[in-house]
Design a protein around this ligand. Structure first.
Ligand code: AMP
Ligand code: MG
Length: 487
């Protein structure tokens, strides 16, 4: 276990030089204090969890202090936002403080979000508000606990610094961890500014640091692109299986590692709704829940375009063609498991679509349905769940098919079935209203609820005594909260 001053840095991205990032110092926030820290994320840096309570922790992650070995940099990138190319993006309010390596030899980017203005801030103030910092923190750690690849969050630091959004709020910083902060938009930036040499430097760096096994392939860039396609297909399959809506799938928010990246107005589904739009500013529903699947492919095509200097168009096309079948395979595999099925049958996809349509029509709670399906034998569970459906007859028909399908797998002891299903069907989900309640308390200076919610969500599959209220359906007021893009 290490103390804060014992971290070891090796700033590989910073060494790429000024064409890729700009040196900027963090601008401190006033009266920095710990809102919440993640002991599991601290462990990634070998940090003693007790360090979070020290004054120097809030000073370091509130921009007041810096390690001598840190080299804070704002990265340059561009990207497609809502389908249009924006040549002018980059870290407008976040800084890559440096790369720390742990005892296991893993490198972790330390990225401080809300650290003040940079050359890429455009009209922005370089700040992040407390509410969005808490949402990013909770979502990162909750997704990780659900086994969904994501950036991690070490802590949120609150402050007295005022910032203006729709109203006056307080600035905060969130410390994000990831093996890399390179986005699709990094490659697009060097492609559209016609700098093939620097683009190659970036590509070689990413290959060597994050895809070293691809260097052994006859075409390393193609092998890397193929893996990016595979990872994103698997990631988006997990989002769809667990009802996670990202909200702003612009190519500058897509990680080359295939991890959930840059949290804005995200949401986990309460009632199942394939057409759900979590981003209040997304009028066209470009990033609606079900559109995430084709948008994943659209974004990979944008990356493919940027890689045309290195890979033939034919090979890129063929590789892009892997995305949908891979997505389908991962998604169906996950959903079979959520349904408690251990074998594959041709009609499983139909059985699933039939269920989702019934859930959609009746507004059934997406997470709780699967959890309850495993609580009891298929017959008893179906008999209990039917009351949640408006179209009871329709659900009974599905239930009969489901019971017959499970029976074809042979006799399984209910206790075993329950354990297996509960291990993939969470009881606790980061519902928007739960986040909102924690944020309301934090905005008035009480951080207990944020910490408590974080602890509950860190163990989403196991029933936690006394936490029943966190597993309930949202109250009416909490169902349709409008989450704006402002952050
Ligand atoms: P996002 O929608 O958070 O992914 O941000 C899109 C772009 O806007 C990125 O380049 C951000 O760095 C930048 N940005 C967002 N908010 C701010 C802000 N308050 N100040 C400066 N830049 C910002
Ligand atoms: Mg972003």
């Amino acid at each position: 276990m290490k103390a804060l001053d014992e971290l070891t840095f090796d700033n590989r991205f910073a060494r790429l030089g000024d064409a890729f990032s700009t040196h900027v110092l963090p601008e401190p926030i006033a009266a920095p204090r710990l809102v919440v820290a993640s002991p599991a994320a601290m462990a990634l840096l070998d940090l003693d969890p007790a360090e979070a309570e020290t004054p120097v922790f809030a000073e370091l992650f509130g921009g007041h202090k810096l390690w001598a070995e840190a080299e804070p940099r704002a990265m340059v990138y561009s990207g497609h936002q809502f389908g249009s190319y924006n040549p002018q993006l980059g870290d407008g309010r976040g800084l890559l403080l440096g790369e720390v390596y742990n005892q296991a030899g893993e490198h972790w980017d330390l990225h401080l979000k809300g650290a003040g203005q940079t050359p890429y801030s455009r009209m922005g103030d370089g700040r992040a508000v407390l509410r969005s910092s808490i949402r990013e923190f909770l979502a990162s750690e909750a997704l990780h606990a659900l086994n969904i690849p994501t950036t991690r969050a070490l802590c949120v630091i609150g402050s007295d610094t005022p910032v203006w959004r729709e109203k006056q709020e307080r600035a905060a910083m969130v410390l994000r961890l990831a093996p890399s902060h390179v986005r699709f938009g990094h490659f697009e930036f060097f492609y559209y500014t016609k700098r093939p040499e620097q683009q190659k430097e970036l590509g070689d760096h990413v290959l060597a640091m994050h895809f070293p096994h691809c260097l052994e392939q006859p075409e390393p860039y193609l092998a890397m692109f193929r893996e990016i396609v595979e990872r994103n297909a698997e990631l988006i399959a997990k989002w769809q299986a667990y009802g996670f809506c990202h909200g702003v799938m612009n190519t500058d928010n897509m990680s080359i590692l295939g991890i959930t990246f840059d949290f804005g107005p995200f949401a986990f589904l309460d009632d199942f709704d394939a057409h759900f739009i979590c981003n209040h500013s997304d009028d066209q529903g470009r990033y609606s829940f079900s559109n995430q699947v084709p948008i994943g492919q659209w974004n990979l095509s944008a990356l493919a375009q940027a890689l045309t200097p290195f890979i033939s168009v034919e090979a890129l096309r063929e590789t892009l063609g892997l995305y949908l079948p891979l997505f389908q395979a991962h998604y169906l595999d996950l959903m079979r498991r959520r349904l408690g099925l251990t074998t594959a049958e041709d009609d499983d996809q139909k059985l699933l679509e039939h269920l989702l349509q019934l859930m959609q029509n009746s507004g059934v709670d997406y997470s709780l349905f699967f959890r309850r399906l495993g609580d009891e034998s298929p017959e008893l569970a179906v008999a209990r769940l039917r009351d949640d459906f408006v179209d009871i007859k329709g659900f009974d028909a599905w239930g009969a098919l489901y019971i017959a399908r499970v029976a074809r797998e042979g006799v399984v002891e209910q206790e075993q079935r329950r354990k297996r299903m509960h291990a993939v069907n969470p009881l606790y989900i980061l519902r928007n209203y739960l986040a909102q309640k924690a944020i309301d308390a934090a905005e008035s200076g009480d951080y207990a609820e944020v910490r408590h919610l974080h602890a509950v969500l860190s163990n989403p599959f196991e029933e936690q005594p006394g936490m029943e209220s966190y597993a309930e359906r949202p109250p009416e007021w909490g169902k349709h909260l409008e989450i704006s893009c402002s952050s």
